[in-house]
Design a protein around this ligand. Sequence first.
Ligand SMILES: [Zn+2]
Length: 153
Amino acid sequence: MFDISESNIIEQGEAGELFGSEDQSKVRITRNQTEPNLIVDGVDIIEIFHESSNRFRVEYWGYMSGRLWLTRDGVSELKQSFLNDQEEIPGWTLSTELTELPDWFPVPESLPSPVICNECGSEVSVTEVVTPWSEDTKNRYCPDCWSSVREDL
Ligand SMILES: [Zn+2]
């Protein structure tokens, strides 16, 4: 699951009532869906919670949902699988602010830089850019340009 070694998965479970409290330290990773016409089945959001020094709970949901308990090394593997994407527009992004990243979560080596809107030339963050009809994400619009382009269709 999520390219994590069996030995780092302590337990797997069904999705249930979310029992993380709002103020519990957690890290959220979100699927970066930039293609508005694509329907993705799978997982959209992953949250990692600290339970003890070597036990972390992962809640994931979307089309598929469930939970996992990982060792600390498992958390590193999870980060590798989701946040080491070197594409200009990565498939997954960290939703937790770096300043709020708990010390038990490994800091990503690099963070994606903004890209340029093809229409107006302004910078747009990789989580807001819209990349319609492009397998290779060459069509890039900021949200404003995308709404006018879409109306003209
Ligand atoms: Zn634009």
